[in-house]
Design a protein. Sequence first.
Length: 341
Amino acid sequence: MQVVASGLEGVCVADSRISLVDGQAGRLILRGVHLHDLGDKSFEELARFLWEVPLENLGEARLRVAPALRELLPLAHGLAPIEWLRLALDRLPDTKNPADWVAALGVALALRRHPAAEPDPQADHVSDVARMAGLKWPDGLRRYWICVAEHGMNASTFTARVVASTRAGQRAALSAALGALQGPLHGGAPGPVLDMLDELQQAPDPEDWFRHKLARGERLMGFGHRIYRVRDPRAEVLRVACQKLAEQSSELAERLRFAERMEKLATAVLAAHKPGRVLQTNVEYYTALLLEAIGFEREEFTAVFACGRVLGWLAHIFEQEKEGRLIRPEVRYVGPLPDER
Ligand code: COA
C-alpha cells in the first residue's frame, strides 16, 4: 500500500475545473481568471461564475430563511458565532435550493447582531447583510467575500467534498465544512492576528517579541501556508482594500502602517528562524485589519469568512455530486495484531 504524508501534502485528490492555487508563482486563478481581475464582481455574479448550477434569487432566499432563523436565535446564546452558523444551518427546513444555504449564513450572521433586522429582497446580498448587521463600508465586505470565496482543496473544502461524496446532501456537507473552518490553522487565525498586533503595539521591542514567541515554539498567526511558497496573493488584494478604506479613516491608516511594518519584521524574523522554509504573509493577516475596520468583532471573523467561502464549498459540492464517487482512503495499521497461536 502506498503511504502518503500525514498532512496529505503533495497528494492530488481530484480533477477540478474550479480554481488553481499556484503556490510557486503565487497565483490564484478561478475558472481561468486571475483573482485580481474579479475584484469588481458582485457576490451574486461570482456565484454564477463559480457554480455549474444556476443561482436563484438570493434576495428572496434571505426573506424566506429569516423567520426560521429568528426563531432559532435564542439557541445562539453561549455559542461562538461560527457555531451559531452551524446550528442555524442544521436546523433550517431542508431545501433543494442552494441559494437558501448562502442566504442563511449571511442572514444568521446579521441577526445575531441585530435580531429585529429585516432582509430587503431588492438589495444585493452584500449590501443587505451589511445593512442588517449594522456595518460600515459594504464594499469592503464585498471585496473580502470575493477574495476568499474559493481556494482549491483547502481543509474545509476537502471536508465538504468527502461528505458530499457519501451523498449525505448539501446541508451535511456545508455543516461539516463549517466545523473544519473553525480551527486556528485554517479559518480561525485572523482573531489571533489582531491579538498579536495589539501585543506588538505595547511591546518595547517588536523584533524581540517575535523572536521570543518563536523560541517558545509558537506560531505567528497570519504567516505560513501549506501551498504558497511566496506571499499569498490574497494578502495583497486585502491590503489594497484596507488602503482604500484607510483613505476615509485615519485610525485605520495608522493601524495599517503599523501592520505593514510588523509584516516586514515578522517575515524577516521567520526567514532567520526557518531558513529552509518560506514563511510569508497569508490571507488572514490583512483580513484581520479589514474585518475590524468594517465593524466586526474578532470573535465573528471566522463566521464572516464562512459566509464568503460558502460559494466555493458549494461549487465543489456540485462538482463532487457530479463525480459521484465515494471518497474513502485507507489507513496503514501499525498497532499490534492478536496472538494467533
Ligand atoms: N509561525 C512560525 N512557524 C511556522 C509558521 C508560523 N506561522 N508556519 C509554519 N511554521 C513552521 C512550523 O512550525 C514547521 O516547523 P518544524 O519543521 O520545526 O515543525 C515549519 O514551519 C513547516 O511548517 P508546516 O507545519 O509543515 O506547515 P504547514 O503546511 O502544515 O502549515 C499553516 C501551514 C498555515 C498551518 C502554518 O503555516 C500555520 O500554522 N500558520 C499560522 C496560522 C495561520 O496563519 N493560519 C491561516 C492559514 S491561511
